[in-house]
Ligand binder design. Structure first.
Ligand SMILES: O=C[C@H](O)COP(=O)(O)O
Length: 247
């Protein structure tokens, strides 16, 4: 069984003053428990890595090219240089706002993995797609299109994040989460083999809170969570880490 992962995505939130939260979160991280990852804004990666050496630190995006004239972008090697070991790719906020398609996500994931980062590749259906009963088709397409052929349990984590559940307080039923996670595990198994698929961590993301974490973590193919709003404060994130440790 892979080591579980409690991941926090701070999105465009946080300044130096918020690093104090990391120290409190780090107290809930221990070598026996789940791995804890925080992906702060890029401006805080180095300081976060120094402030919380027991936790993993990640970026929220990277460019597919290793360097060049890409104003405002960051390469995978630059994230590593700053102290990151993970990078979130294909988050729906980037798929939507920057029109990133699965081909773009796969190219970025290849660059990240080649540089030595673990890519947290996000997928998820919109509310319209869910209502039209297209969820599994969407997941299948995004999984096939976004995950590089060189994916391994070490360099890849998959995060299922229904777009309609992000920041809304709406959460799929436990049966709906289980259905998608079982489906992803099976698809990964067909492509990468049973052993690799079993060890590739599958996270659920979308309005995870202390109050719903226990139920979500009890689902067989959920290996952790990608948490947005509830990862900003130790008081909110620590109970989620503890629920994962207890699952
Ligand atoms: O990356 C995290 C997700 O977008 C979930 O965000 P949320 O926990 O605020 O719903």
């Amino acid at each position: 069984m892979p080591r579980k992962l409690a991941a926090g995505n701070w999105k465009m939130n946080g300044t130096q003053a918020d690093l104090a939260e990391l120290a409190a979160m780090a107290e809930a991280s221990d070598a026996e428990g789940p791995e804890v990852l925080i992906c702060p804004p890029a401006t805080l990666i180095t300081a976060a890595a120094q402030a919380a050496p027991a936790m993993a630190i990640g970026g929220q995006d990277c460019h597919a090219e290793p360097k060049g004239a890409f104003t405002g972008d960051l390469s995978a090697a630059q994230l590593i240089d700053a102290g990151a070991t993970y990078v979130i790719l294909g988050h729906s906020e980037r798929r939507d706002a920057y029109e990133e398609g699965s081909d773009d996500v796969r190219a970025k994931a290849r660059a990240a993995q080649s540089a030595g980062l673990t890519a947290v590749i996000c997928l998820g259906e919109s509310e319209t797609e869910r209502e039209a009963n297209n969820t599994l088709d969407i997941i299948s397409g995004q999984l096939a299109g976004s995950v590089p052929d060189a994916a391994t349990p070490e360099n890849t984590v998959i995060a299922y994040e229904p777009v309609w559940a992000i920041g809304t307080g709406k959460v799929p039923s436990l049966e709906q989460i289980a259905e998608v996670h079982d489906f992803m595990r099976e698809k990964l198994s067909q492509r990468f083999g049973e052993e690799a698929a079993k060890n590739m961590r599958l996270l659920y993301g979308g309005s995870v809170k202390a109050s719903n974490a226990e139920g979500i973590f009890a689902i067989e193919n959920v290996d952790g969570a990608l948490v947005g709003g509830a990862s900003l404060k130790a008081a909110d994130f620590t109970p989620i880490i503890k629920a994962l440790a207890a699952s």
